[in-house]
Ligand binder design. Sequence first.
Ligand SMILES: NC(=O)c1ccc[n+]([C@@H]2O[C@H](COP(=O)([O-])OP(=O)(O)OC[C@H]3O[C@@H](n4cnc5c(N)ncnc54)[C@H](OP(=O)(O)O)[C@@H]3O)[C@@H](O)[C@H]2O)c1
Length: 276
Amino acid sequence: MNDLTLKITDTPDVRYTLVTGACGGLGGAFTQLLAQKGEPLFLTGRSGERLKVVVRRLKEEYPDLPVLFCACDLTDARSRAALFACADEAHVRFRRLVYVAGADIQKPFSAYTQAKAVFQARVNFEGAVTCMLAVSERCDMDGTAEFLTVGSVSGIYPMPYFALYSATKKALEQFSSALRTEWRGKAKVTCLLPGAIPTRPDVIENIRTQGVWGKLAALPPEKVAKAGLNAVRRNRRTVIVGFWNKIMRFATALAPLSVKMRWIARRWSKTEKDAF
Ligand SMILES: NC(=O)c1ccc[n+]([C@@H]2O[C@H](COP(=O)([O-])OP(=O)(O)OC[C@H]3O[C@@H](n4cnc5c(N)ncnc54)[C@H](OP(=O)(O)O)[C@@H]3O)[C@@H](O)[C@H]2O)c1
């Protein structure tokens, strides 16, 4: 366990929320919101140093809140095993998983390397699936457990130039939906489908270039995180956040897929985003 672990407790009634991507924009908003609610936290991200900064800040604001952390590369099976070994060492039991980690690489698929494609598929999907299994083995599956995954409205339709992102987010949505039925009475499972969230500078710039639509559809991470936690508490299958994103979903439903594909391809081919 890390040296900055704030409080290791064996108390059987303490149940942690595992937040992945805890140092990121949306993950940070979830972490803050859960801390405000007094929920014990188990945070992960790739950098132990960045996690320490987050935990230090939380310690200042919520000195009594149990907060644990452990660095993990979610694309690596050995690193994931070490994460849960770390939790077992501290006798951690979970109440909730909030799987936020993700990579939103956007470019023509032929411009990918093999390594980049594997990285994006693993962090967006394999990491989520394996964490869901590992957390389910370490929590009370008596109807109180909560699993919240972060999909995207970009998974609603196949997206040329954002193809792998869109496909992994759709896969995550479908997987979460199926589990929600399998785990009925055992756990609540929700897939959050946000539109644009101004988190990183490149995302903010991307939203800006979308003009009025960007302004209307983008929502602050705090609002998205709140909607996600409310939705999983109510065991919603999926939740699209924001009035304009819901309108977009319904307004485009009847258009033929080929028309949607051409429109999406025109729009998305103008932007490129990378992630590491
Ligand atoms: N921003 C948007 O417009 C938007 C819209 C819809 C959906 N989403 C989804 O929301 C989630 C959060 O996005 P964000 O905007 O907050 O971006 P972000 O700040 O870049 O957060 C992404 C997080 O994923 C983590 N991550 C990436 N690769 C990882 C790996 N191999 N192992 C462990 N963690 C890894 C990063 O952790 P470290 O770098 O700390 O390791 C980072 O905290 C993503 O799943 C994204 O697809 C975002």
